[in-house]
Design a protein around this ligand. Sequence first.
Ligand code: MG
Length: 360
Amino acid sequence: MARIVDLTASPLDLPLKEPFIIATGRKDFANNVLIRCVLEDGTTGFGEVAPSAYTTGDTRDTAIAVVEALKTSVVGQDIRSWRSILAATRKALRHQFAAHSGVEIAVLDAFGKHTGVALADMWGGVAKSVETDYTLSLGTPDDTGEAAAKAAREGFRKIKVKVGMGVTTDTQRVIAVREAAPRCEIAVDANQAFTPKEAVELARRIEKAGIELTLLEQPVRRDDFAGMRYVREHCRVPVGADETVMTPEDAIRVVREGAADVINIKIAKAGLVGALDIASIARAANLGLMIGCMMESKIGLAASVHLACGLGCFSHCDLDSIYLLKPFECEGGFTLDGPRFSVEGHGPGTGIKYEDTATK
Ligand SMILES: [Mg+2]
């Protein structure tokens, strides 16, 4: 028996290196939430929420309120029953899944630390490391090209370009990236910015320029399943569903309606338990898998890195928030070498030792 004795949520403000601009807005700060799950033996599990009103409908205030509300059903429970604890808390919510995902990370980190198992090993221990891409935000073709050149110099081999500035401008921007980083793989993410026909036109123009994209992510509105399918059927680039898939049920609908080739899993959308379910659904349906992140610091990102390594099934890794945030003092979790994250020697749990660092 290892009882949970406390569950807390507190603000975690993280300045970005540069403003991050996508089709739906601009961000200068990540106003995140740190979650602690404390066991009776003193073990503390850490979780993090990077709220996004746009993606998951959470703000920092709502995330903190949700964690407070869930506290009574978590405190007093045996951590070894983590799946039933999290099933009950998840069932208690209609929305606010990002807040719940932070609780899941904290509970599972506490479980891993209590039992001495790294989460990457718990999920299967398939790989010890994963390589991430680097995301370029919206900007002029010149700025986008310069950012691509910098990413390539820093060792990134995969670049994801945020698009949504219009078919002509976005085509010029992707061409600028190809010229600035000739050896990098290129994916694009429209964050729902296009109509199906515009998305197909963009894909065709990029193809005509001799550039092969690895992925066209969320070209159209999240709820436009027929539009997603139209894009798939009218261009050769694999289509990825990100905002479209928040839950395992959404993943099933994508499979049934043939709406995507690849599903982008984010712990902030589906939680860790939901992420495992979505990965199973996608694999059973022969869909590709991507793992993404929100603006998490090392604390939350460590859970995604452990999941990606443990399952070893993600052909696209987009875990680059750590490069966009200003350096942040926190030990453990993973080792970073250029674009490669390694969990070798990191654990138990996610291996995050935030409290130790914070209280020194
Ligand atoms: Mg996306």
